[in-house]
Design a protein around this ligand. Sequence first.
Ligand code: SF4
Length: 290
Amino acid sequence: MRYDEPLFRPPSEADSFILQATLGCSWNACTYCAMYRGKRYQVRPIEEALADIAEAGARFAQDVRHVFVADGDPLGMELDHWEPILRALGAAFPRLRRVSTYATARNLLEKSPEELRRLRELGLALLYIGPESGDDLTLHRIAKGANAGDHIEAARKAREAGLEQSLIFMLGAGGRERSEEHARASGRLATAMDPRFLSTLTLTVIPGTPMARLGEQGRFELPDVLGLLTELRWFIEEARPSAAIFRSNHASNHLPIGGRLPRDRGAILAAIDEAMGGRRPLRPEWARGL
Ligand code: SF4
C-alpha cells in the first residue's frame, strides 16, 4: 500500500484498513486547520486505489471488517471513482461490515439524492462530518465553507440516502467572544442534524495557521480550561439528538467522557460539574494532543 503522509483518521477507525483514495482536502481553507496545508488536493488514479485494495485483500482478506477512505473529504470524488472502489472493497474483504469516510456539507450538497443512494447501496455507510460550530458567525470566521442551514440540509440528504453521520464539534472555535453562542448553537445544530455518533474535540491553535495569526493580532483568544468545560456543558444542555452515542475521548479534550444522548444527559452534565468543581481529574496538559 502506498501512503502519502500525513495521514489522518478518526480515533474510532484505529483498527480499520485505510484506503487513501484522495490526497489532501479539496477545501483546505478552514482557518484553524493545518492537516493538509502544502499538500495539493488530488484524487489518486483509480488504478493506484484498486492496486492498494488488491494488495490489502491478498494479505488481510478475512481480517478487515472496517474500511476508512482518506484523506480530507473523499465524498467529493465523482461516482465513476467511488463505484469501482466500493465494488473492489466488497470483493476483497468478504467480512466487510462498514465503509466510512470524511465528508463536508459541501460534498453532500453537491451530490444528488440518487448518487448518495447509489453510494449507500454499494457499501458506503458512515460519514464523519465536522461542522465544528452551529453558530453562523463562527462558521464564517473559521471559513468552514458552509453555514448551519447548509449542514442541516446536508444531514437531511445523508439520512434520506441511509448514510449514518458521525458529527464532530470543536470546543473553543468561537473564541472567548462567541463562546456561549458557539456552544449553544452547536448543540442545537447537533439536534437538527440528528447523528448516530456525536463527539467534541478541543481547538488547538496551530502556529502558522490563519487562526494563529489572528491570535497574534489579539483578534482571537481561546477560552481557558474552565471556559472550555463550560462550553461542553452548554453543548450537552442543548444537544437533543433522538439517539446518539456521545464521546469526548479525543486526545485534545480535557475531560474524556461519553454516554448515550438523550439517556445519559444527566450523568454527563454531573460529570462536567464535578470536573468544573475540581472533584474529577482532567487530562493533564502534557497528555493532550491534536
Ligand atoms: S474541511 Fe477538514 S481537512 Fe479540509 S480544511 Fe477544513 S478542517 Fe481541514
